[in-house]
Design a protein around this ligand. Sequence first.
Ligand SMILES: C[S@@+](CC[C@H](N)C(=O)[O-])C[C@H]1O[C@@H](n2cnc3c(N)ncnc32)[C@H](O)[C@@H]1O
Length: 238
Amino acid sequence: MLEEDPQLQSVVDKLLAGKQSLKILEIGCGSCSHVDFGPRAYIVGIDVSEKQLERNTILNEKICGDVETYEFPPEEYDVIICWWILEHLSQPYKALENCQKALKPDGIMILATPNVMSIKALVTKFTPHWFHVWFYRYIFGEKLAGVDDRVPFKTFLRMSIAPESIKRFAKEYGLSIERFHLYENPRQKNLRARHWLIDAAWKVLAVVTKVLSFGKLDAEMTDLIVVLKKPAVTPALV
Ligand SMILES: C[S@@+](CC[C@H](N)C(=O)[O-])C[C@H]1O[C@@H](n2cnc3c(N)ncnc32)[C@H](O)[C@@H]1O
């Protein structure tokens, strides 16, 4: 079960029930995957990093390319996964448009991204990349952070991937929202649980930012998982 969203797998399973085979595209696939599609899946992964692609052992097909400009075949994929990639793109909306063109009718898109309207995302957006590498190495304890194309990656965190912008994107392209799950990142939760003082300071900061931003900024809901569905084509009447 996925810690970030315990219901995601069942939502996806229901939406894909009855499909004999699945062609899946994972953009910014990196070296791992988070959703299980079983043996009926043929998985294509695209990433700009050759090193990340080399480390990925679940892909049937690997593409080294940029998701903002790559020309995917139209209406080719049953599922398109954008997992922790949109925040790393300077033009994430372009990538989303690219993905929706490549999605088959009745296909689904799964997006996992930080909530850009959260304190965590704002701190990430306005601090330098070297600080992120330091944080991963010395606070999260990931010794290889930043080495050989490993996390953390450069971030842009554009407003075009804010929760409300994603809802607008869905509306613009006639995609239905099948799941919209805001949650607190387990890493933030663990960090707060480490010491009561960190937790207390965090709670004060949360209230202050909420008040000062008139409720627009969220301290707790750091991340977002969304499932969008393209309508099936209705057969032409004869
Ligand atoms: C945070 S990692 C996420 C990897 C994987 N999706 C996961 O959930 O673990 C971001 C990945 O996006 C890739 N990436 C960054 N910019 C990209 C772009 N313009 N086109 C394709 N991949 C890109 C990076 O190389 C990296 O592997």
